[in-house]
Write a protein that binds this ligand. Structure first.
Ligand SMILES: *Cc1c(COP(=O)(O)O)cnc(C)c1O
Length: 423
């Protein structure tokens, strides 16, 4: 079987490698749970988008909430990427990674005044505004600073991305964006506000999307609005079509990034909008298959109805299975002889929802290291300290070398900010 993450993730004999680094040995050196990323894999994913966009005015804004480690940002900044952020904290990460704020777009439904001030002072490229109330606040903040805020309105095109309900964002009943029917009124208001500089239009319909059709439907709805807005004399410089392209976890067959870009450009050209700058905000499709989570088998607990394989990674390290019932591949780092049994791979956290994979055929023994595949996106960034568990370390492999890009948290760090009461 081809592994998701190939060719960077591959086997030599029985041993699993990421690029030229044996994962079992890496787990022994750095301990588990351990996130490991391939720098070549994320570069390649970004280049697939970049190649398809070549010759067009564009900015690929990596949606950094998928994986915001500074070394990941540094790698993508060097590829020419900008960043889609959803908090002031993410902006500080971009700046710490050495990338300019002029390549940042700021999304999210709940921007605070303090976040607006920081983003305006840093000089972000655009705010993706998600409501009339937010627009008014941003105008107020910008005028107080004696400046104008560059703005796109995030419109909700009311198309079904046909993905998990928790990661679908483009339907009328989602909290995201301005509903299509009200978008024109929001643009009219934006054009009148002295602290607002209308720059473009934005949409983002969901995540783990595996078909082209929802993108093209959303694009058509967005272009209808562009035409209506410009008919009123309000110029829109750029189109931001969001992110959301899916990856292969098991048998999904999402379109390739270049096929998606080509289809979008074709439709944009066919409707006469080819001169407009294009922004995209991919997250998962840049980093998802560039990473794995390594975990060591602690105990085997066979039972009458279920066999449990208890590992040292848990829902606090990787929440996707518990939160979305997401299926993620789980394979041994060194294959062993013996007939596989069927196991539920579970963590030590005190919740029945703490599982990483159910009904997996594996030949395993305590002490073996397993790799949870496709863990580069929405893995470490969603980790918590539930059960007072320190968060995992992160390693980036690059040209045959392994670099620790985040130290394992220590237990004392976990309660360093807490205080005992005076007696
Ligand atoms: C999460 C998010 C993205 C990226 O989604 P992926 O599915 O990871 O590509 C892009 N834009 C916005 C506004 C988002 O919230």
């Amino acid at each position: 079987m081809t592994l998701p993450g190939a060719p960077w993730l591959h086997r030599r004999g029985r041993t699993l490698y990421l690029e030229d680094v044996a994962l079992d040995a890496l787990a022994r050196t750095h301990g588990t749970p351990l996130y490991v990323y391939s720098r070549a894999a994320m570069r390649d994913a970004a280049r697939r988008y970049e190649r398809a966009l070549a010759g067009r005015s564009h900015l690929l804004c990596y949606a950094m909430k998928a994986n915001s480690n500074l070394a990941v940002l540094q790698t993508l900044a060097a590829e020419g990427c900008g960043f889609d952020i959803v908090s002031a904290g993410e902006l500080e990460r971009v700046l710490a990674a050495g990338a300019p704020a002029s390549r940042v777009v700021f999304s999210g439904v709940g921007k605070t005044r303090a976040e607006m001030v920081r983003a305006l002072q840093a000089g972000v490229r655009c705010f993706n505004v998600e409501s009339l109330a937010e627009l008014d606040r941003l105008d107020d903040v910008a005028r107080a600073l004696g400046t104008r805020a560059p703005v796109s309105v995030r419109v909700n095109p009311d198309v079904d991305a046909r993905t998990h309900p928790y990661i679908s964002t483009g339907l009328r009943d989602n909290k995201f964006g301005v509903v299509h029917d009200e978008a024109l009124a929001v643009y009219r208001r934006a054009a009148e506000l002295p602290g607002i500089d209308v720059r473009g239009i934005d949409c983002h319909i969901g995540s783990q999307i595996t078909e082209l059709a929802p993108y093209l439907d959303a694009l058509d709805r967005v272009l209808d609005l562009v035409e209506a807005v410009e008919a009123e004399g309000i110029a829109l410089h750029h189109l931001d079509l969001g992110g959301g392209l899916g990856i292969t976890y098991t048998d999904e067959q999402p379109p390739a990034a270049d096929a998606l870009v080509r289809a979008l450009l074709e439709r944009i050209d066919a409707r006469g909008h080819g001169a407009r700058e294009l922004l995209l905000e991919p997250g998962r499709s840049i980093v998802g298959n560039a990473g794995v989570l390594l975990t060591e088998v602690q105990y085997l607990k066979p039972g009458a109805h279920k066999n449990f394989c208890i590992v040292d990674a848990a829902m606090n390290d990787l929440v996707r299975p518990a939160m979305y019932e997401a299926w993620m591949g789980i394979v041994p780092c060194v294959e062993r002889d013996g007939t596989p049994s069927v196991w539920d791979v579970v963590g030590p956290v005190c919740e029945s929802g703490d599982w990483l994979g159910r009904d997996r055929a594996l030949a395993v023994a305590p002490g073996d290291v397993l790799a949870v595949l496709s863990a580069g996106a929405y893995g470490m960034v969603m980790a918590s300290n539930y059960n007072t568990r320190a968060r995992a370390a992160e390693v980036m492999v690059d040209a045959g070398r392994a670099h620790v890009v985040r130290d394992r948290e220590t237990t004392t760090q976990l309660f360093a900010g807490e205080h005992l009461l005076p007696d």
